[in-house]
Design a protein around this ligand. Sequence first.
Ligand SMILES: Cc1cc2nc3c(=O)[nH]c(=O)nc-3n(C[C@H](O)[C@H](O)[C@H](O)COP(=O)(O)OP(=O)(O)OC[C@H]3O[C@@H](n4cnc5c(N)ncnc54)[C@H](O)[C@@H]3O)c2cc1C
Length: 424
Amino acid sequence: MAWDFSTEPEFQEKLDWIESFCKEEIEPLDLVFPGAVRSRNPKVKAIVDPLKQQVKDQGLWALFLDQELGGPGFGQLKLALVNEILGRYGSAPAIFGTAAPDTGNMELVAAYGTEEQKERWLFPLLRQEIFSAYSMTEPHGGSDPNMFKTVAVRDGDEWVINGEKWFTSAGRIADILFVMCTNGIFIVPRESPGVEIMPYPAMHNHIRYTDVRVPLDHLLGPEDGAKVLAQRRLGGGRIHHAMRTIAQCKRAFDMMCERALSRESHGKLIAEHQMVQEAIANSYAEINMLRLLVLWTAWTIDNSSTQAARTQIAACKYTCAKVLREVSYRALHIYGSLGTTNLTPLQAMYAGAPTMGIADGVDEVHKVTVARNVLKDYKPHEGLWPSEYLPAKREQARKKFADVIAKEPDLATYADAVERRAFA
Ligand SMILES: Cc1cc2nc3c(=O)[nH]c(=O)nc-3n(C[C@H](O)[C@H](O)[C@H](O)COP(=O)(O)OP(=O)(O)OC[C@H]3O[C@@H](n4cnc5c(N)ncnc54)[C@H](O)[C@@H]3O)c2cc1C
């Protein structure tokens, strides 16, 4: 019977290495040079590149990719265990070559790109010689892809793209933009004439595409394949976010427990107050429920596909936002006034929780997906009563005992008495 929650000792060794590397090398980098990992400044790169090299030397670079594409081919379950560590440190995903939005974009080129496209974009992305962004959401609405208007029109040997995108994360510093048009996904060099990046928002960019021309081979995958490619990309991205969110929740939880054991009020440790214990107990259970949901989903992807796991991925997506919101709030609250400052990570964590409920699709849309897919396995009951209506079930069940009851009339009296008591 295969039902195992243990980690192979050889892989545990890798996890242990990752944990100490993150603590000893990446955390100090984040504290002193936040954002260094994407800097093109040679002096900053001289600090960051050796760290990336250490990761490569351990065979841990680009963990999300199969071996033939330059990753270790761990699969999603092992990636989940790694991301549970990386998610605690801001620049760890990039130092391990697994940072969004590049990961999702690389997955797309790996899955749909021609050999030539892989040479031109996938391998440089993999080596982090170039960076990318994903340009899908439009200013007039992001939740409903049927409302998107950006379109590419073929003109001779070129596609001409017109439209407007909103919240393209890291678009300003990307070398290439994956632009979702109504008729396909196109790879657009950011410096192409007609690409105009608006001043706001600063990090998640508002971009106008006006008569932007790209050669025909900049279409990724089939023409009219935008929705299929987008689903594939976002499915992978959502589960990776959920994996990293577990790390955030655990960080808040560790902080909560440490503090609860460190301060007193009204004559006892804060940890000894029942309401604080309730906060700790609920957080413990919620984090572990989320973790099991995410690991089960990762395992399902490994054993089938992202598409087959879409209901589970959607459930991970809104559950991770909810657990982060609840746990970070409780931790912040237990920290009292200190929790409300930016002197610990808690305030940023709590402020980030609503973001988790919006990025990669709003919670409501994922809940609709889950409910719709789950309902496909059910059918309405026949007649007036639900199938679990007990009097009807009991009547059916009595038929099974009809012969015995016919031989032993006392049993009929006994069963009638039990039924009268049950429905009194
Ligand atoms: C941190 C972050 C990073 C992002 N990065 C990118 C990126 O790199 N590239 C990119 O293209 N996009 C990106 N996005 C955008 C993201 O995909 C959209 O914000 C998201 O799809 C929602 O679209 P919207 O913001 O237009 O909200 P809207 O579609 O306007 O929705 C607003 C609200 O309306 C309600 N609502 C909408 N639809 C429904 C429904 N069907 N049922 C019930 N209620 C509903 C919900 O309450 C929802 O929160 C990012 C967003 C965030 C927060």
